[in-house]
Design a protein around this ligand. Structure first.
Ligand SMILES: *[C@@H]1O[C@H](CO)[C@@H](O)[C@H](O)[C@H]1NC(C)=O
Ligand SMILES: *[C@@H]1O[C@H](CO)[C@@H](O)[C@H](O)[C@H]1NC(C)=O
Ligand SMILES: *[C@@H]1O[C@H](CO)[C@@H](O)[C@H](O)[C@H]1NC(C)=O
Ligand SMILES: *[C@@H]1O[C@H](CO)[C@@H](O)[C@H](O)[C@H]1NC(C)=O
Ligand SMILES: *[C@@H]1O[C@H](CO)[C@@H](O)[C@H](O)[C@H]1NC(C)=O
Ligand SMILES: *[C@@H]1O[C@H](CO)[C@@H](O)[C@H](O)[C@H]1NC(C)=O
Ligand SMILES: *[C@@H]1O[C@H](CO)[C@@H](O)[C@H](O)[C@H]1NC(C)=O
Ligand SMILES: *[C@@H]1O[C@H](CO)[C@@H](O)[C@H](O)[C@H]1NC(C)=O
Ligand SMILES: *[C@@H]1O[C@H](CO)[C@@H](O)[C@H](O)[C@H]1NC(C)=O
Ligand SMILES: *[C@@H]1O[C@H](CO)[C@@H](O)[C@H](O)[C@H]1NC(C)=O
Ligand SMILES: *[C@@H]1O[C@H](CO)[C@@H](O)[C@H](O)[C@H]1NC(C)=O
Ligand SMILES: *[C@@H]1O[C@H](CO)[C@@H](O)[C@H](O)[C@H]1NC(C)=O
Length: 808
């Protein structure tokens, strides 16, 4: 301990007293307010520094919260108006939290920088706020599978960059809004690729001016609503269209679209409406793969000859479409054809499959027609359903006459070259032969181009595409398994998905959320042609069971202090208290360094300054050998001090608040100093530290002598004068005033530090250099020193008016 001690001591004092945080105070209080209405927030949400303190699901740029991704965390509760208080927020994804209920507060419209809003598969209700169109930067708006009601706000039309509009599976009513000169509408969304409005209660007609040739829509999905009127011919102006779903509405009239104008149309769902007139001519549609026009009131007609000319067609579903007359064998010839369903029509004559039927053909459904004869012996061995035809009255025993049963595909991604083991309760055997806890859910494809659900080649492509995306995003995915495909009552293809973790048996919350969140992102991977857009629902409700009680992992605020003797100060304070038994209680209260950091206070009681480390409970538990008594250095009225060694080799003293005396765990980390107590230090130095510094400062002022520099620790390396040093020292001296009335409040300390920082011209934009995850990179103790490296205090909020706790 050289003559540098006094200054060091004072600097150290301040540094510890203003334990730093990174997060902007406005963002912090908004997040605390939002958090207070939720249950099951991640256990890492402790303390008051979301950006610097490793709050899972929270992402920051500098001190500002820019994303909140809490997909599938089992959150429950409501959203309050505070959700609008994140001015820099770009992505908000609370999807797959079925416990989230209540309305979407209208303050959401204040998130002016928001680009992605995902609230898929939660339980929100009430109307979508009218003013939502103020979110003009929005690219993805996906609120599928909630209970939202009321109309689609016309203001959505103001989101000029919107690509994905997914309102599927809610209770939205009213008409589809279009602009009318005064108010906006969906027709203004010229950058939109997806209009997903299915499974709602929308009424009225499809407005003709909804569509224009300037649009870039790929998917128009209006299925399962109560839309009436006819299909506007303007739909064919949108030449980019690939999937049209208008099924399950009350649409009427003849279909007058000229499909020649939709060159990329691949899937067309018009079933379960009241269309009349003739069956639309799809003859030039060479890319068409899946067509369902079942259950309409078309004029009775012969099978259109162009049926057999669709070379890409895999599935032609024409149940109850008033088809009559004979069946020409050429109908079965398209090379890709997998399923042809012509049940409940009046087809008659003799059925002859010929010998040129497609090699992929696996289902011919002709139930309930008027087919009298079947020319057998053509070698066709796949499913053929003739139940309900006159043919079956004659030959009831025929295998083709049995009433069909629902068959489910049993496809499952095969496991590698290994013998399957049985795994423990929550684990599954992965395709890569490990037992692990997967993320499990259902992919609901809203369109698809095939009907051979048993054919593994489709899922292998899908699996490969997803794996590639996970890998290129460096997400911790080992393998994925797809299984049990089936078609649901709305003609959505459901496929079970299991995503297995890499490197470990389980995902941590961040991994879990980010992966699940990408499953809400339609552009995350390039879907193989066979698969249309989808949404994801989570089956894993309790992946992270228990463990959200904050008492297990606590607030841990670490001050990395260069050359600190602060720990000794604390110990001395403890001794002081001990000797003043009468005042012991009060003293303990006053000196407790944790006392004022009530983490539950909305304004975030913990001081927030950049450049200070924080550690996880786990890290500190490890480095003290589970807070072993052997490592205890001493105990005071407010807790125990342990000695510990960080993985970097730095020896620290860890002060752990008395358990049970405060909520959660609070800890302070100081650099460990070997040479006995502070008293030892001071006597070794042979003088009264504070007085010595004061004298030096006075001398500096009055006599202009170099006295002050003489007592500075040389490791501070203040070869050049530093602006504000004196004010800093002044503040330090005030910190150690005898009487508490003479000491500044935390608020004052931090404000003054901020002023000093400005005075000294420190770069305020320096990124925080150290967090619990990166501290190992900064091993040199001097790295943390405010005057030697660019790690600075940054005042970012107000603090409770508690007094400085430390005494001399
Ligand atoms: C829309 O996106 C473009 C390109 O990303 C961007 O330049 C523009 O500012 C965005 N518009 C709005 C209103 O955010
Ligand atoms: C469509 O339904 C609305 C009520 O939802 C009704 O007022 C309107 O007349 C209907 N239009 C047609 C063409 O049937
Ligand atoms: C049709 O799809 C092809 C291939 O994706 C694309 O290049 C082309 O631009 C699309 N045509 C239209 C009209 O969108
Ligand atoms: C459909 O459009 C094509 C090209 O625009 C045109 O050649 C054809 O005559 C139209 N068909 C009908 C029935 O209008
Ligand atoms: C047609 O309607 C009947 C009920 O009337 C229904 O059972 C059947 O599934 C529908 N077919 C299709 C392909 O939607
Ligand atoms: C098949 O049905 C058509 C139209 O209903 C009818 O004209 C024709 O006579 C029928 N043919 C046979 C063989 O029953
Ligand atoms: C079946 O259709 C083909 C081509 O459309 C035609 O050449 C053939 O004569 C038809 N066969 C019968 C039995 O009508
Ligand atoms: C055929 O369909 C008609 C009308 O839907 C129905 O009344 C009849 O029972 C059906 N026949 C058989 C055998 O299913
Ligand atoms: C097919 O799967 C559905 C949904 O999982 C189930 O309800 C049904 O019983 C299954 N049918 C058969 C034949 O296994
Ligand atoms: C599965 O589908 C692929 C692609 O359509 C096809 O090439 C293959 O022959 C099919 N396999 C079987 C067993 O049908
Ligand atoms: C979560 O897991 C990812 C990848 O496995 C890892 O990079 C990250 O550090 C983990 N986060 C925590 C808080 O353990
Ligand atoms: C969706 O995925 C794409 C491709 O990986 C990526 O560029 C985009 O940022 C993702 N969107 C969100 C909201 O994560």
């Amino acid at each position: 301990m050289g003559s540098g001690l006094p200054i060091f001591l004072l600097i150290t004092c301040l540094q510890v007293l203003v334990i730093a945080a990174v997060t902007d105070s406005g963002d912090l209080s908004a997040l605390n307010a939002v958090k207070s209405n939720w249950m099951n927030t991640p256990p890492s949400w402790i303390g008051s520094d979301p950006c610097g303190g490793g709050w899972e699901g929270i992402g920051c740029t500098g001190s500002r919260i820019t994303y909140i991704i809490l997909t599938g965390m089992g959150l429950s509760g409501t959203l309050t108006g505070d959700i609008g208080d994140f001015p820099e927020l770009q992505t908000l994804d609370l999807s797959q939290n079925k416990g989230l209920t209540g309305i979407l507060p209208s303050t959401i419209v204040n998130l002016k920088k928001l680009e992605n809003l995902f609230l898929v598969d939660c339980s929100f209700n009430g109307p979508i706020p009218d003013g939502i169109g103020s979110l003009t930067r929005l690219v993805s708006l996906s609120i599928a599978s909630n209970n939202f009601n009321g109309p689609i706000p016309p203001s959505i039309g103001k989101m000029s960059n919107l690509s994905l509009l997914d309102l599927t599976d809610n209770k939205l009513s009213g008409t589809i809004p279009v602009s009318d000169g005064t108010s906006p509408g969906l027709d203004l969304l010229l950058n939109a690729r997806h209009f997903h409005l299915g499974k709602n209660l929308l009424t009225g007609g499809i407005p003709p001016n909804l569509f224009s040739s300037n649009m870039k829509l790929l998917h128009v999905l209006f299925d399962s609503n109560q839309l009436n009127g006819s299909i506007p011919s303007t739909l064919q102006l949108v030449q980019t269209l690939e999937v049209i779903r208008l099924d399950r509405n009350s649409l009427t009239g003849p279909i007058v679209l000229n499909f020649t104008n939709l060159p990329n149309l691949s899937e067309l769902y018009l079933s379960n409406n009241k269309f009349s007139g003739s069956i639309p001519d799809l003859s030039a549609k060479n890319l068409l793969t899946y067509v369902d026009m079942s259950n309409n009131s078309f004029d009775a007609s012969l099978i259109p000859p162009w049926f057999s000319s669709l070379q890409s067609m895999t599935s032609l579903i024409m149940e109850r479409t008033q088809l009559q007359g004979p069946i020409n064998a050429t109908l079965f010839s398209p090379a890709q054809l997998q399923s042809i369903v012509l049940s409940y029509n009046q087809l008659n004559g003799t059925l002859d499959l010929g010998t040129n039927y497609g090699s992929q053909l696996l289902l011919i459904d002709l139930q309930n027609n008027s087919i009298g004869e079947f020319a057998q012996g053509t070698g066709y061995s796949k499913e053929l359903l003739l139940h309900g035809n006159p043919f079956c009255q004659k030959t009831q025993s025929s295998e083709y006459c049995i009433a069909p049963q629902q068959k489910n595909s049993s496809y499952a991604t095969p496991t590698g070259n290994c013998v399957a083991r049985s795994c423990s309760a929550q684990q599954l055997f992965s395709p890569n032969c490990n037992c692990a806890n997967p993320i499990t859910g259902i992919l609901h494809f809203r369109s698809f181009s095939f009907s051979d659900f048993q054919n593994g080649s489709y899922y292998i492509l899908l699996q490969a595409a997803m794996m590639e995306a996970f890998k290129s995003d460096k997400l911790p995915v080992d393998s994925i398994s797809l299984s049990f495909p089936l078609m649901d009552a709305n003609d959505y293809l459901e496929v079970r998905l299991d995503v297995f973790p890499s490197g470990d048996y389980v995902f941590n919350r961040t991994g879990f959320s980010v992966i699940t969140s990408q499953l809400n992102n339609l552009t995350f991977f390039t879907r193989p042609d066979a698969f249309g857009p989808f949404f994801f629902t989570l089956n894993t409700d309790n992946y992270f069971t228990g463990s959200n009680k904050s008492s297990n992992t606590g607030i841990i605020i670490g001050a990395a202090v260069g050359g600190s003797v602060l720990m000794l100060l604390i110990i001395m304070a403890g001794v002081y208290a001990f000797h003043q038994r009468k005042m012991a209680d009060r003293a303990t209260q006053q000196m407790n360094p944790f006392a004022s950091w009530d983490q539950n206070k909305a304004n975030g009681a913990a001081p927030q300054i950049k450049g200070v480390l924080s550690f996880s409970f786990e890290e500190l538990r490890k480095c003290t050998n589970n807070f072993s008594e052997v490592n205890a250095l001493g105990a005071g009225g407010y807790g125990t001090v342990y000695k510990g060694t960080l993985p970097t080799g730095v020896v620290v003293a860890i002060k752990r608040a008395k358990q049970g005396s405060l909520q959660g765990e609070q800890m302070l980390v100081y650099e460990y100093v070997k040479n006995g107590t502070l008293t030892d230090c001071i006597s070794e130095h042979g003088s009264y530290v504070v007085r010595e510094v004061k004298t030096a400062m006075d001398n500096q002022r009055t006599k202009d002598s170099g006295n002050l520099n003489d007592i500075l620790d040389p490791s501070l390396d203040l070869t050049k004068p530093v602006k504000g040093l004196e004010r800093f020292l002044d503040l330090a001296i005030r910190c150690v005033e005898e009487l508490s009335a003479g000491r500044p409040t935390m608020n004052e300390v931090v404000k003054e530090l901020e002023n000093i920082q400005q005075l000294a011209g420190f770069d305020n934009n320096v990124e925080r250099v150290s967090t619990s995850t990166t501290y190992s990179e900064t091993t040199e103790e001097s790295s943390y020193h405010p005057y030697t490296k660019k790690v600075f205090f940054e005042y970012s909020g107000s603090f409770p008016h508690s007094e400085i706790e430390l005494q001399k």
